[in-house]
Design a protein around this ligand. Structure first.
Ligand code: UDP
Ligand code: UDP
Ligand code: UDP
Length: 463
């Protein structure tokens, strides 16, 4: 039973490219819908980079027909910038540059818009639109509070970029120093598309009403306190922690084989291995990882991706891993090529540990279940995130492993670390405590819901 009325705010949500960005937006949308007191518009870029994004958007809209949908035609950005050919980075830039086309579409919605919840990746072009419409723009952060602070601080760092090659650590006021090896390598190049985009978006931060961030106080308390006390940068809007975002019901169709396999395994006996939605692993590393998993002696469920974009992933398991590996591990392991419903896997009692790149959504999903992680950052924000995971007691992380996309890690070493992940009782009990804190934040009447409801109340009073 919906109880919307003329006082109900109308919020437009605008995620940028990739499942790591779409997922937290759809979760926020579901939380807002369950409150039953908001009108929602979902803005999605068209065409999407991956097929998965497109099918998640369709499914979400079919389940929530009351949500208004605006499809923004993205003008392709081929880029004169030779620093990256990553299709997601190019789409971030294309989306940012296409966002001005939203103005007429947003100024004519009915009821009129009360606020925008938009991706940080489009901040520089969305914030003038919000100002022109006279509505607040809340930025949705899809990474950790600590990495977000680093991005906010990037224009300051770039003002003396030569120093980044000399200093051992980056000192951001109010935060524990970040070792230079944790900073994404492209940050040393102000012309790198990744860096240039982030710096441009960072300059638009002060115009935002608030930063909705998928984290919780018990996980990143020092960073949240420093940011909200104005110690990091004086002009930063409030960080509004709404994590771990509550998952919503997904299409269950393709999951049956994984779940029934897990059903036959004892509690906490399976290592789940996944590197998110858009990290391709090299064939050499795949072979070492397969050795590590087999040698560890634990059951494993491994989601294997060999391309950044799902529709390009055409390699066969038997060619990647060999028949003999697949035969030998037939009982103990399951390797899945393609998309799985990760939130449902992490909810399964058979999962005892998670080998992961520390994409921030995955970190929050593991935190919500108190599942110990073996952090293996590959690129981007993931090393900063790995450090947070370790400091919070949710997982183990070896700094000397470096960036996954750069170094080859030996199977023996992987096996040893899996032993620690699955056998260390102290780690398990710490992770369990993180899970308890996370559930306190994210449950009914938890701090995250209260923060979100506070925003809705504010928007109602503005009407
Ligand atoms: N995910 C999933 N199935 C997959 C791969 C990823 O459900 O096969 C989900 C995962 O649960 C998370 C999101 O996709 O919610 C990926 O975001 P994350 O920040 O973890 O990593 P990214 O893909 O952005 O590197
Ligand atoms: N980001 C951005 N522009 C880019 C790439 C990333 O603004 O071209 C931001 C975005 O907020 C993202 C964070 O940097 O959450 C970390 O980026 P990464 O590519 O590591 O992860 P993603 O969340 O995109 O999977
Ligand atoms: N990458 C990423 N997020 C980052 C940095 C790198 O996803 O923040 C990935 C990206 O896919 C890229 C690879 O890691 O292809 C190497 O990164 P970089 O941008 O430094 O070099 P490129 O290969 O694009 O020249």
């Amino acid at each position: 039973m919906l109880n919307r009325n003329e006082n109900s705010p109308h919020i437009a949500l605008f995620p940028s490219a990739g499942m790591g960005h779409l997922t937290p937006f759809l979760r926020l949308a579901s939380m807002l819908l369950s409150h039953k007191d908001c009108h929602l518009t979902l803005i999605t870029g068209h065409p999407t980079v991956s097929d998965t994004e497109s099918s998640y958007i369709s499914y979400f809209l079919s389940q929530n027909p009351e949500v208004n949908h605006i499809q923004l035609q993205i003008i392709p950005f081929h880029g004169s910038n030779p620093t990256t050919d990553d299709p997601f980075f190019l789409q971030f830039e294309a989306t940012r540059r296409s966002a001005h086309l939203l103005h007429p579409l947003l100024s004519s919605t009915s009821p009129p818009l009360s606020a925008l919840f938009s991706d940080f990746v489009v901040a520089s072009t969305v914030s003038p639109i919000a100002a022109d419409l006279g509505i607040p723009n809340y930025i949705v952060a899809t990474t950790s509070a600590k990495f977000f602070c680093l991005m906010a601080y990037l224009p300051t760092l770039l003002s003396n970029v030569a120093e980044l090659s000399r200093i051992p650590e980056v000192k951001i006021p109010g935060l524990t120093p970040l070792q230079i090896s944790s900073i994404p390598p492209p940050f040393k190049d102000p012309d790198h598309l990744f860096t240039a985009q982030l710096a441009t978006n960072a300059l638009a931060l002060s115009a935002a009403k608030g930063i909705l961030i998928n984290t919780f106080d018990g996980f990143e308390s020092e960073t949240l306190a420093a940011a909200n006390d104005g110690r990091v940068l004086t002009h930063l809007p409030s960080f509004l922690p709404t994590g771990p975002l509550e998952p919503y019901e997904l299409n269950k169709e393709q999951m049956q084989h994984c779940l029934s396999w897990l059903d036959r395994k004892p509690a906490e006996s399976v290592v789940y291995v996944s590197f998110g939605s858009r990290t391709a692993m090299s064939n050499d590393q795949i072979r070492e990882l397969s050795k590590g998993l087999e040698r560890s002696g634990y059951h494993f469920l491994w989601v294997l991706k060999t391309s950044k974009v799902d529709r390009d992933d055409k390699e066969e398991l038997k060619d990647l891993l060999g028949y003999s590996f697949l035969e030998r591990t037939e009982k103990s392991g399951m390797v899945v090529k393609g998309w799985v419903n990760q939130q449902e896997i992490l909810d399964h009692p058979a999962i005892g540990g998670f080998i992961n790149h520390c994409g921030w959504n995955s970190v929050m999903e593991a935190a919500r279940r108190g599942i110990p992680m073996l952090a293996w950052p590959q690129h981007g924000d993931q090393m900063v995130n790995a450090e947070i995971v370790k400091d919070a007691g949710l997982g183990i992380w070896e700094r000397k492993w470096g960036w996954g996309v750069e170094a080859l890690l030996d199977g023996e070493e992987i096996a040893e670390r899996i032993g620690e992940l699955m056998g260390n009782e102290k780690l398990k009990s710490n992770a369990r405590k993180v899970g308890e804190e996370a559930r306190k934040a994210s449950g009914v009447d938890g701090s995250s819901e209260k923060v979100l409801m506070g925003v809705i109340e504010f928007l109602k009073q503005q009407k």
